[in-house]
Design a protein around this ligand. Structure first.
Ligand code: PLP
Length: 239
């Protein structure tokens, strides 16, 4: 059994335990395997274990990997772009992925909506929120989120699904939960505002338990599946 398949089994067990501990329904948390910096063979290994949803951070790497996997005859995969997105790269993303988790400005959302090809379903969108103490500088503030969410929800070729956050790493579980709870409260406020949101994208290799306890519906797991990365960290704003 490959290391990736062992790691995937262990992650599924961690997710199940956390879901049970939180008293949530089995299957209520989706595993997004974050394959950035790992090659198409690593993705194919995970696909062979039944993994179908993959997250990527860098535009060119995303496009290359999607093409390689498609050419290899892999089953249909779900691709999520989770990295910083500049306006000159929105078209390629709009044409090739199923989800973008890292939208933080209306201009980017408008471009994605305009550029989403008509034959594809609407692009699924999460808005990235920058909660206090967040390691990354990315994301919209809590204060600005209601207006951004309302504007993005009105765009025709997007489907606004929810929020994404990357809280500061390294904190203890109580601190992690406090950060994720802020995201959940914002999410609930947006729903109360009338937005039909169903997705909380939060939790990574080191804090997925805290995220699931606070209502995560997608956890984004990289190093605990594929191993340590040898180049850019998720908080570096490089593409
Ligand atoms: C790299 C990355 C992840 C995965 O992080 P790990 O700690 O390796 O699980 C998740 N989310 C985002 C936005 C990332 O950039």
């Amino acid at each position: 059994m490959s290391l990736i398949s062992q790691n995937l089994q262990a992650i599924h067990q961690r997710i199940e335990r956390a879901v049970t501990a939180a008293g949530r329904a089995p299957g209520s948390v989706q595993l997004l395997a974050v394959s950035k910096t790992f090659d198409a063979a690593a993705v194919a290994d995970a696909v062979a274990q039944g993994q179908t949803a993959f997250g990527e951070n860098y535009v060119q790497e995303t496009l290359d990997k999607i093409a390689t996997l498609a050419a290899s005859g892999a089953p249909a995969l779900e691709w999520h772009f989770i990295g910083p997105l500049q306006s000159n790269k929105t078209r390629q993303i709009a044409e090739h992925v199923d989800w973008v988790h890292s939208v933080e400005r209306l201009k980017i959302a408008q471009r994605l909506s305009d550029q989403r090809p008509p034959q594809l379903p609407p692009l699924n969108i999460c808005l990235q929120v920058n909660i206090s103490g967040e390691a990354s500088k990315s994301g919209t503030t809590v204060q600005d989120m209601p207006a951004l969410a309302a504007a993005v929800a009105a765009l025709p070729r997007l489907r606004l699904r929810g929020l994404m956050a990357i809280p500061a790493p390294g904190a203890d579980v109580q601190q992690q939960r406090a950060a994720f709870a802020q995201v959940r409260v914002l999410f609930e406020n947006l729903r109360a505002q009338g937005l039909a949101l169903d997705t909380l994208s939060m939790g990574m290799s080191d804090d997925l338990e805290a995220a699931i306890a606070e209502g995560a519906t997608i956890v984004r797991i990289g190093s605990a599946i594929f191993g340590a990365r040898t180049y850019p960290s998720p908080t570096k704003e490089s593409t």
